[in-house]
Write a protein that binds this ligand. Sequence first.
Ligand code: SD4
Length: 339
Amino acid sequence: MSLSRRGLIGASAVGAGLLASAARATEGTTKLSKPCVISTWDFGVPANHAAWAVLSKGGRALDAVEAGARIPEQDLKNHSVGRAGYPDRDGHVSLDACIMDELGNCGSVAALEHIAHPISVARKVMEKTPHVMLVGAGALQFAIEQGFPREELLTEESRVAWEAWKKDAKYAPKANSEVGDYGQTSGRLGTPGGAGNHDTIGMLALDAAGNISGACTTSGMAWKMRGRVGDSPIIGAGLYVDNEVGGATSTGVGEEVIRNVGSFLVVELMRQGRSPQEACKEAVARILKKKPAAKDIQVGFLAINKQGEVGAWAIQKGFTYALCDGANQDGLLPGASFY
Ligand code: SD4
């Protein structure tokens, strides 16, 4: 069932356990049995459960990742995915998402406002249009035509945080702001949506038929410039799936991932024989080599191959990822890191 399953920890046992198992996570690759699903950050655990409801009944990986990604999108405690996401510097909640299936079909929306489930709009772009990506007003128009309700996504809590941010109006991404409300980690570095935060769910599923799909959804960097688009909706940057090889997704400061076409790079490195963990490590190394100053920000990659082997690597410690298969639906591991 697993090569290093002893490294797995339940979401409820994070705390000291998470830190203690950090060394073990660097030992090698974790192997899950199919069907299985993995996703970024502590809040990936409940998202994986929703994906598992699909996968465990023999469902398709594509349906699983859409169902999973919708969980943080609708979570009012999560201030960086979907509804209740922190706004841009002008107060607009603007969402990015993409989805990709085992056939290489993909769909994406960027800078989408007023729609609570961008991942489902991305899927409609994939299935109902001749295009891959719709942005801004055009994406909103399409979503409404498809029957998605137009809503106000800025919650009172997010509005208050934005008003507080405006006093200084500094844009300073903080590493690992995603760790928090779900992980009960002692000494945590921040809460999802903490000031200056960034935060994304990237999810990859391998279904019983052996097919891989992925999804990625975010409200992007809090307090970003209006119109800013990160890596998350960009096929090859925030997400990439090649059903011959595997899939990869990213989280963190998207500009660095876009510059290096990170998720595509991870999948190509796996094609050349690297393990998921080695491939993620090399992709992070590439970012640091080109821009040593990136050591002060966070980027993490998560990957799975056709055999169900899973790996992750980040610039800084604090990145976590959630794992789920028939043996354990509550897995949570710390990502290995350079710093
Ligand atoms: C972005 N990559 O918009 C996203 C943010 C993120 O963890 O992943 N935060 O750049």
